[in-house]
Design a protein around this ligand. Sequence first.
Ligand code: PLP
Length: 390
Amino acid sequence: MDRMTQLVRSGRDLPTDTRPAAINPPVIKASTVLYSNWEMMQSVRSRRDKGERIFSYGAHGTPTTHFLEDSLCTLEGGDRAFVFPTGLSALATVFLTYTKPGDHVAVIDNAYPPVRKLCDEYFANRGVKVSYFAPNPESLSEVIQSETSLVLAESPGSGTFEIVDLPALSKIAHEHEAILAVDNTWSAGVFLQPLLLGADISVQAATKYLCGASDIMMGTIVCKEACAKHIYDVVTLLGIITSPEDCYDTLRGMRSLYPRLKQHEQTAIELANWLNCQDEVAMVLHPSLPDHPGHEIWKRDFSGSSGLFAFGFTDEFVAKTPDFINELRLFGIGSSWGGFESLALPVSPESIRSCGSWDGPNTLVRIHAGLESPGDLIADLQQALAKISQ
Ligand SMILES: *Cc1c(COP(=O)(O)O)cnc(C)c1O
């Protein structure tokens, strides 16, 4: 079956010969879980201690959590999934799992900016060496070392949308016995499956597309079997848990993930093509455009593109970027994309890069194409452009 079908059918409590079932699995809230006898409790706990996912205590998730995890494995093509209170806490857990003092981590220069902060202000102060590499395999080869335990990539990169060759990064990481983790939030797991391209771990801010309604904070890790016990141990040692209601809502959001993403894709391409034809616009950073530097790798590794891209004004108009954003009526001014509403935000790549991997303009407009009509969105861009060109 196609993955689109699998996603609708996975993570469900299907009816049996003896019992009907609701389409959506129930919200099961629990701290204490009861056992019929002490021997049963001991046996369940010992299976859990070996890393088995089993309903045993609220702090290890309830069946609602487990249904969501099953769908996440289906989506990303992984063996085991874990859910977190935010996307950032999922990323932090990857670092906590795979670093100890003396280790080195290699982080892609265009990573989600709070990850850079986490590395520089937390891990670097606790004996972990951090290097950033430009989004290409040669730059990873230059910084990777025998102490490297973890490589973190993001493709396309936050704000600037460079595409990186993940199979090549995976080869280099594995030659050094390092884990490759990929932030897969942009593709939502619909258009890219990093685990099938050699990554060990795929992370998402489910806050974005999986939820799809801008009202839940949630992070996900999907990994290969070899990583499952390592991550499980850290998750349980730290007592990380998400609410069953949020798991329920995220799973419900995922049922419509494919059709939503197809619409985000189509609208973003229409907006990108329109912007590309405007005199005031110097560049559009969208991997599906044939002149995008990563276009060939994108075509090879991705099956489509999501709703997030950026563009930059010409020198004459770049100073008017804030005015342009203020003039927009349908595009909200807000950071957390992936919902149904369109958003526009200025980004300044230079302030979030450290190894010279960005030499374009220092002010871009990041656009999230929502689920409004593309014609209305283009009309809105047009009237805002007219205002700043007066
Ligand atoms: C938003 C985002 C995150 C963090 O997600 P939160 O749920 O807001 O913590 C991580 N990576 C990327 C690429 C993001 O866009």
